[in-house]
Every structure is written in C-alpha cells, then in structure tokens.
Design a protein around this ligand. Sequence first.
Ligand SMILES: [Zn+2]
Length: 144
Amino acid sequence: MDLYGIGYSNIRLPNDSSSYIYTYNPRINTFPEEVFVHEFLHSLERNLQERNYEIPELHDYEKYGYKEEGLVGLKQWYGDYMNCNIKSSDGKLVGLDSAVYKMTPPANSDFKYNIDMNFNNEPQNILDEVKNLFTAISRLFGIK
Ligand SMILES: [Zn+2]
C-alpha cells in the first residue's frame, strides 16, 4: 500500500478469537502464515524496485509457472523468490537480490520532509482520511 508516497504493509487481525481467520481449514485458510510472508515480501520487493533492481513482481508467480497448491499455497514461489531461484524464460535465475537482506529500514533522516503517522488512528472513511491528510500537511508546514 501507499500512504503519502511511503509504502507500507498493514495486516489487520480481528479481536474476536473465534473468527475464522484463526482457523486452519484447508478449504478456506490453506496457509494463513502466507499473509505475513506475502506482505513482508512486498516490503522487500519495494526496497529493491525503488533502487531500480530488475526483479519479478511478487504477484507474477503464474508467469513463471508457479501455482497455488492445496495446503502450502505459494510456499514454493515464496521460497524461490527469497532465494533468487526462479527460472526466467531466458534461463537466468531471478528473484530478490540478496542485497535486500543487508538494507537497513528507513529512518526519519532518510526523508526530506518527514511526517509522523499515527497508524493506530486509521481513517474509517474518506472524510477521516481527508482530515488526517490535512492534519499531516498542517503539521508539516507548522500551521495550527
Ligand atoms: Zn500482494
């Protein structure tokens, strides 16, 4: 996702422990951990894309001949993606460049105009979102 030009991943879990999301059901939730792996890999994917690395899109597994499989979902794709072990059409091995594992997370000093974001106060509708945006911009320019 993109928020004010900054990419981030957000996984919401319901407070209700009886929610189906916490159930291992091969028909519904084949590989629940995949959500976390998937979103984390989007962060790594973006880190490399922003540095102009040529890597496969995380969603392009079918283009490389991978399929979602029963209990394990896209486990093979994610493993090969992380290990740069995907065979491309020209015979090269592609995936995440190992440089991504040595990159440090961005710090405030990496941004010219940094804005504190309150992720606990997520907008619930478009009006909240617009209000949050104006609040952030006002803070940026010191307007009260
Ligand atoms: Zn995705």
